[in-house]
Design a binder for this molecule. Structure first.
Ligand code: NCD
Length: 336
């Protein structure tokens, strides 16, 4: 278990200890995706290939999950992730059920994530869960009897956004690895950043330029245990202007308001970076701009028409990778 979630895991686990039942044995055979590293590099490549095939031949996949159900358990707000999971399952001919906020679920009555996961396993074939607490999807996976996908847990991980990002980078650059990726904004709380770094360090020739205010630098467990431990070249800086010219990809992120303990800090930091056409003059002509969205102020709307702006295309890829992931975890064969 990684350091970032160990203490929260203890909290969840003590809610309801898992008994040694057949559920545990069944569980060991089920494949979950809680973090990007739950898929090997080869599996990731296969999944991205499948997503690309889906993009090209949507009609071929229209019924492959007929009769299957996806449950979306969203304890935290979401537009893209929840809707793209739902669109993904509907595109595959399956159906969806779920809730959009903790208030609309039995969590408001005090039900544990463990119990909800166990019960929802009786209604659905696969679960996508988003939760504000790090480690909640892992707890769900230990009690569910169907595959569980982490759709974002607190400031920790967001593996399906990472698959989306990888598909986008691969489509734009033709390959993964041998490039400098700039990550800019809230690198402390941004779970998409943490997951993307974990995934990208597995490709040779990766370099990172980490651009953030000092208060929002990447957590130590990423800097020390992932980057330094893996001998991955990286720089940390406060200035987007100084860093932009050396980048192949610029990954902008929103300052994560909901993870701040006090509003004053958020207000002070929220507009630390605003990418404009003027700033883009220093960037390479083939430096693509990604953003997991939602955008607040960090990319001026004028940038949307720049040919290097790839964030809306990225959102579209999110549906294809989620279709590919659902098929993979349900063991659905690729149609001929
Ligand atoms: C991201 C998330 O939820 O972490 N959004 C998303 O899933 N597309 C990024 C964010 O909310 O800033």
């Amino acid at each position: 278990m990684d350091f970032a979630i160990s203490f929260v895991y203890d909290w969840f686990d003590s809610e309801k200890p898992m008994t040694q039942t057949s559920t545990q044995e069944e569980n060991e055979l089920i494949r979950h995706v809680l973090k990007p590293l739950d898929l090997s590099v080869q599996e990731t490549e296969d999944l991205l290939d499948l997503a690309s095939d889906i993009e090209k031949h949507r009609e071929k996949y229209a019924h492959v999950c007929a009769g299957k159900k996806l449950a979306t358990l969203f304890y935290e707000p979401s537009t893209r992730t929840r809707l793209s999971f739902e669109a993904a399952m509907l595109n595959l001919g399956g159906s969806v059920l779920g809730f959009q906020s903790a208030q609309n679920s039995s969590a408001s009555k005090g039900e544990s994530v463990a119990d909800t996961a166990r019960v929802v396993s009786c209604y659905a074939d696969i679960i996508a869960i988003r939760h504000p607490k790090e480690g909640a999807p892992m707890v769900a996976s230990q009690h569910a009897t169907v595959p569980v996908i982490n759709a974002g847990d607190g400031g920790h991980q967001h593996p399906t956004q990472t698959l989306t990002d990888l598909m986008t980078i691969r489509a734009l650059k033709g390959h993964l690895g041998d490039m400098t990726v700039g990550l800019c904004g809230d690198l402390k709380f941004g779970r998409t950043v943490h997951s993307l770094i974990h995934a990208l360090v597995r490709y040779p020739g990766m370099r990172f330029s980490l651009i953030s205010p000092p208060e929002l630098r990447v957590p130590d467990y990423i800097r020390e245990d992932v980057l330094k431990a893996g001998n991955i070249p990286f720089t940390e800086s406060e200035s987007l202007e100084d860093s932009i010219s050396g980048l192949d990809i610029l990954y902008m992120t929103r300052v994560q308001k909901e993870r701040f303990f006090n509003e004053e800090d958020y207000i002070r930091l929220k507009d630390s970076y605003i990418l404009t056409e003027e700033k883009l003059k220093k960037a390479r002509p083939d430096m693509y701009i990604l953003h997991p969205l939602p955008r607040v102020n960090e990319i001026a709307v004028e940038v949307d028409k720049d040919p290097r702006a790839a964030y809306f295309r990225q959102a579209q890829y999110g549906v294809y990778v989620r279709m590919a992931l659902i098929m993979t975890l349900l063991g659905v064969e690729k149609p001929c």
